[in-house]
Design a protein around this ligand. Sequence first.
Ligand code: FPP
Length: 256
Amino acid sequence: MSHTISNYSQLIDMDKLPQHIAIIMDGNGRWAKKRFMPRTFGHRAGMSSLKQVVETCSELGISCLTVFAFSTENWKRPHDEISYLMSLLVEYINKELKELHQNGIHIKVLGDYRNLPPASVQAIDKAVQKTAANQGMVLNIAINYGARDEIIKAVQQIATQVKQGQLEPEDINEYHFKRFLYTAGLPDPDLLIRTAGEMRISNFLLWQIAYAELWFSPVMWPEFNREELLKAIWEFQQRDRRFGGLNVDGQGDSYA
Ligand code: FPP
């Protein structure tokens, strides 16, 4: 039934917005292939979708948006495609940074980006530094990011603290652990969106999405727009989130 509803902006409850939305932007390649165009054409179109989604989230007052731009596994792609994605990141920052900054957006990076091409590292550093004091929406760009890698890095840091006698193993708990993740200090995603019909998590934010609502859209990322985002938010607002407890009617389920 929900698919027949249009103009979701009138249906959204502005008092029940997700605080943090995470997005796996999938389907650029398939979208391009269907148009007999190279995959890079799809990535470029995907950049426009990203712009629209960032603007919409910021306008709505979402406090945090995390997008999966490049995974630790994406290095397996052809060299030319990797180079194109890296240059697209630089282009995105060069084109959008001024406006993002004017809108108070605080750019952060999830992932170990230091080994990216120098131009990408410079662009990221510029964006992160320029927007560091901004108080608006946090835009996390996950780049060279993998959740297992993130968790291992956290474990290594905690093990070092234990080894140096700064921490007792029994003092390690969830609250301590998450301070070592790239998302330290940020709320966990309430809503995880994946486009292009795949129903996988693909090593994205494994720790952080423990209680996230999942929304899998059939729409290819280059066609994902403001209305599709609003639809995802509306679907999120129809869910009954219990976090392992009971809802207002005293109903629970096995796990959460
Ligand atoms: C997945 O589509 C998309 C990516 C791996 C990259 C995401 C990049 C963008 C949205 C463009 C903007 C980028 C930056 C860096 C600002 P896919 O290639 O896996 O699509 P497929 O599954 O159809 O092949």
